[in-house]
Design a protein around this ligand. Structure first.
Ligand code: SF4
Length: 186
């Protein structure tokens, strides 16, 4: 959407250091995906810029364009039963956070819908308390119920996708009321 593109330079201007770090991480990730066999002489543990946590494949929406739950999504073939077994417990995530905190990476949490991971709130708080920049990518339908706690726990960023105005957005996102729910959450 046009509005998304307009917002990006504003964020970059406001948080220059963080933006540079995220850009570096995304570029690095893109390059390793494009040229996986190239030797980058890159020590990932030493130079951690951005760490993704894909907490759960579960999602309450069925967006048409989704790579997981959409018309051509990978969960269509019943893969969810296998994926769900791979959920990582909170205590293990905490150990990982303890290990990577000294590298000061930016944390990016996504899913599925991360609010369907049962320990999202304590996990995000643990990360924030460690002084990490915690960004969460959500479909926005659960924000309302956790809004006060999110502010209290000082999450750094929430990414929410709205694809269009109400009628089109809800048609794309697989259900009526999604648009209003997200706005209510804000
Ligand atoms: S909210 Fe996200 S994960 Fe869920 S179906 Fe839509 S695009 Fe996929």
């Amino acid at each position: 959407m046009k509005e998304n593109i307009v917002v990006v330079p504003v964020i970059f201007k406001k948080f220059k250091g963080l933006s540079a770090k995220m850009l570096y991480g995304f570029t690095k990730m893109g390059k390793t995906r494009l040229f996986p066999k190239h030797d980058y002489h890159y020590n990932h543990m030493k130079n951690l810029a951005l760490v993704y946590f894909n907490l759960t494949p579960l999602c309450n929406l069925r967006c048409r364009m989704c790579g997981q739950w959409g018309d051509k999504g990978k969960m269509k073939n019943g893969r969810i039963a296998e994926e769900i077994k791979t959920l990582v417990p909170l205590e293990r995530y905490k150990e990982i956070i303890d290990e990577i905190t000294p590298r000061r990476p930016v944390i990016y949490i996504w899913g599925g819908e991360p609010f369907l991971y049962p320990d999202l709130m304590p996990l995000a708080k643990y990360m924030v308390d460690k002084g990490l920049y915690v960004s969460v990518n959500t479909n926005g339908t659960f924000i309302e119920g956790y809004a006060e706690q999110i502010v209290r726990d000082r999450w750094s960023t929430i990414f929410v996708s709205l694809d269009a105005f109400e009628e089109t957005n809800d048609a794309m996102r697989g259900g009526g009321g999604v648009y209003q729910k997200v706005l209510q959450g804000f």
